[in-house]
Write a protein that binds this ligand. Sequence first.
Ligand code: GAL
Length: 391
Amino acid sequence: MFAKKWISILLTAAVMTAAMAGCGGQAAPEETAAGQTRAAAVEEKPEPVEVKAGVFYYYGQDAFISRLQDSVNTALEEAGIAYENYDAGNDQETQLEQIREAIDGGCNLLIVNLVDKGASASSSRVCDLAAQAEIPVIFFNRAVESGGGEGIVLGGYENVALVISDPAEAGHLQGQMIGRYVADHYDEVDLNDDDVITYAMFKGEAENQDAVLRTASAVEDANQVLAEEERQELVYFDPDNSDRYQLDLNGTWSAKAAEEYMRTNLQLYTEADGKMIELIICNNDNMAEGCIRALQEKGYNTADSQVRIPVFGVDGIDSSLALIEEGLMTGTVKQDTGAIAACIALLAGNVHNGLELTAGTESYKKDTEHGLDNLIYIPYGDTVTVPDEEE
Ligand code: GAL
């Protein structure tokens, strides 16, 4: 159901000024220090719009998404934008229904974390609803077109933008971090002393560009560092799995999926047989936490255990940062929820101020490859690795 009550807002001083300037038609000429009149500039200021944003999340139980939601809530509140949150429960039709109801209830800005990531058929349906209602759409976190279809939606509709973490970046940062860590701790990581490190890889979602690029680059980049150190490439632990990853079949990047896979893996691949998985790479922190739970059941990665298997994630959620601090997880790449949220709030503020949706975004990295000025990339934050004991 849509908003029974909009979160109350206070207009910022700047907006109030703009609003006052917009009222009453002709503004009186005003002397500036230089003796010129400012009337023309005042008249050009667009009318502010009272924004009621609907923020539509693909799946509220996704650990990173719930953290992102906190940041978006804060940024919208600070920008004085009224909003209502929705959780589609990972169902595209539910999300479209929520959008329809929201528009009927007076929502005049859609902020959408699309369920069908990368599917222009679905993002087009969102844009069609928005176009009918003559309201803008800010997509975020998940791609809205893919596979050669870039530009269909972001180039095909007016008043649409996408704010997303730079998809290629996380895998590179994670891979370099892993390569460095393994090179620096080779003997410790190589449990069976065979000079080869076997790894497991957990993928969050099929055909999600974040998941695809992280899965590929993490291993490639780690291998590059290892090659520079004259070490062998990483080897996937299960020779019968040509994918070289285990996938969350629900596509929700979940701890549960990774934990279940890992529990089964640990029944078949043991230290006693000299076949223990020596390194775990996960597309995100939540999956890393699932793997750690399975390892702990077997006595690894606890406060007291002799052997800790290095486990890496992406996102920098608080619970994973705490595990890294305790030395039970090895590393992560922080995804900058504050910067994503700030950009969304900037665009929402533009709608409020009657400006172009992407006004003031010149300093952001954009999708120059497809010439899309409305595809805005937010850089990842720092990598965080476990402190060395002797340090
Ligand atoms: C990624 C994030 C994952 C998951 C996914 C949902 O950016 O790292 O943990 O939340 O978004 O699309």
